[in-house]
Design a protein around this ligand. Sequence first.
Ligand code: URA
Length: 210
Amino acid sequence: MTEHLTIVEHPLVQHKLTLMRDKETSTAGFRRLLREISHLLAYEVTRELAMTTKRIETPLQEIDAPILDGKKLALISILRAGNGLLDGILELIPAARVGFVGLYRDEKTLEPVQYYFKVPEALEDRLVIAVDPMLATGNSSVAAIDLLKEAGAKDIRFLCLLASPEGVARMKEAHPDVPIVTASLDEKLNEQGYIVPGLGDAGDRMFGTK
Ligand code: URA
């Protein structure tokens, strides 16, 4: 991937995103849409997945057919909202190894605080796709990528649903080698660190919390 930022402008992605932004959309609807949109975003972010071949027999002859080398991929969910994207991608790539980075945002400083870190071994040999629906201030995304690099990751992509210009700039400054794939680059961050127009708190909308 050569672009630092890829916006997936496919009509289905944009349609589903509009429904997700709508505050009248229910928790169940939001969750279903997130799963559906994660399939479409996964299509874009997995273009360079490692492949291998498998000897199979079609009804007509034997061939070495291409299949995914699932062992070469690590999906990393940035908790907790990352799990919404993760679940959908795992439906498409069930053999992927999975890791979790637990960061919460201190409501006053907006700085990330780590509470959990568990990732697959040999990250250095894998394409690592970190997922978090909202790239807002960029603080937690940058911190998560810092941790993944410390754990050995060298080839990382970042997948989100919405990005703010501030978050993209922060990521570009800290991790220019990490391409970002998103469904939308929104207008700005507000004083509380929310993406505007955004969709509110992705975790709350997904899990029905407040
Ligand atoms: N996290 C969210 O869930 N929403 C925002 O708008 C910003 C950060």
